[in-house]
Design a protein around this ligand. Structure first.
Ligand code: ZN
Length: 413
């Protein structure tokens, strides 16, 4: 094999950062409010808040909740049909526990059977409030992965397809999969409160370095880590962030997101070439018919601009995590002749850190620098990728090829 010029780029071309808005649906009043939020974020159609911003933003789901909160069981048949369409299109990607009223293994089984029966698959689990089915033992007080407990369901959830779990860990650090620096959190306009947020984050990092397992993810600042649940199930845990100057929970709603999606935040995220799974609750809104106030709309429009400028790739949580997993686990052999280049990708028969092969869809967006894009071939498990994209030079001056990244198609609802 000749010495070669082939190298994996950190982010899908032309982007320098990736972000997912990871919204827990708590307090979303009803189906119409849920849909209006999704239409504003994912389409450019007219909504109660003006034209949508045309991003790609997922949402979460639960089943058994008290009246007045949107959930699969609380909505009507049309609402359930909407949910199933949004799962199939990839726009609902997270299971946010089974809800407050689902406390047993049978409740879990009923929910998963319902989804699987409609061929609706979710790959991401997000712990919720004080749900007994939570997986987190320290922050979230869950029992979902304790064999023998009434709420034990981890084997069912993993068998159904859950690969990524969130167990309560949140950071103020802007950009994961980058050094754990605290730049961009301090706000000169709010010196006391923001200094306190920085101090809190520093304390987490200090505890992490002293070996406190609760904050281990804060030490490395990795967005993903392979973990074993208490029943031995192998999954990835992920870290969410919310860099609001007042702390991780100060701006974690529809009313607070405008302040979070600031120019300063986006600039720091891009400079650090960071990954962000943004912790929020977009259903917590002052007005169910007009869920986003002018500040929130302006924040989403700033994010849409950063996306259109080719700076921040905005994707659902599931797609972002799949990309991050592929980037760290993809096994490839690169070879170069005088007139050709070949990158042979292998989706890991060993299944990587969790014993499951990468899905081909997780490889979307992978970008390799190459001096000769037009003569570069990429194969996946021995098969040629037919629709490779040749890219012009990026800010480093290097050219590249990408596996195509296609936007999810929002269903006609
Ligand atoms: Zn919740």
């Amino acid at each position: 094999m000749a010495a070669h010029d082939l190298e994996l780029r950190r982010m899908p071309y032309p982007f320098r950062a990736v972000l997912a808005i990871c919204s827990d649906l708590d307090e979303t009043p009803d189906g119409p409010a849920y849909l209006e939020i999704m239409r504003f974020l994912n389409t450019t159609a007219e909504t109660s808040m003006g034209p949508g911003v045309g991003l790609e933003v997922g949402n979460s789901l639960y089943f058994d909740m008290p009246p007045g909160q949107f959930s699969y069981r609380n909505t009507d048949e049309a609402g359930r049909e909407m949910v199933r369409a949004l799962i199939r299109s990839g726009h609902i990607d997270c299971l946010h526990s089974y809800g407050d009223l689902a406390t047993t293994r049978d409740d879990a089984r009923r929910a998963l059977d319902e989804l699987a029966g409609h061929d609706c698959r979710l790959g991401v689990w997000v712990d919720h409030g004080t749900a007994a089915s939570n997986f987190g033992s320290d922050i979230m007080q869950g029992h979902g992965d304790e064999p023998g407990h009434a709420a034990y369901h981890a084997d069912l959830a993993v068998g159904y397809g859950i690969q990524y779990v969130w167990r309560g860990r949140v950071t103020s650090v802007i950009g994961q999969d980058a050094a754990p620096r605290l730049s961009g959190i301090f706000s000169p306009r709010r010196p006391l409160r923001s200094a306190k947020t920085v101090a809190k984050e520093l304390a987490k990092q200090t505890l992490a370095r002293r070996g406190h397992e609760k904050y281990a993810m804060h030490a490395t600042n990795d967005v993903l880590r392979p973990v074993q649940l208490r029943d031995g199930s192998a999954v990835y845990e992920f870290l969410r962030s919310n860099p609001h100057w007042g702390g991780v929970s100060a701006g974690d709603t529809a009313r607070g997101i405008g302040a979070v999606l600031s120019d300063s935040f986006l600039k720091h995220l891009v400079e650090r070439q960071g990954v962000c799974v943004l912790y929020t609750h977009l259903g917590k809104t002052g007005d169910p018919r007009v869920p986003f106030d002018p500040a929130a709309r302006a924040g989403f429009r700033r994010l849409a601009e950063a996306s259109r400028r080719g700076e921040v790739l905005v994707a659902t949580t599931r797609r972002l995590l799949g990309y991050c997993r592929a980037r760290r686990e993809i096994d490839f052999i690169a070879s170069a002749g005088n007139e050709n280049r070949h990158i042979a990708l292998n989706t890991a028969p060993s299944g990587g850190a969790i014993g499951r092969p990468l899905a081909v869809s997780d490889l979307a967006g992978l970008t390799f620098y190459t001096a000769k894009p037009e003569v570069t071939r990429i194969t996946v498990d021995g098969r040629d990728v037919a629709n490779l994209v040749c890219n012009p030079p990026d800010q480093t001056g290097r050219r590249s090829v990408s596996l195509p990244w296609t936007r999810l198609e929002f269903p006609g609802l």
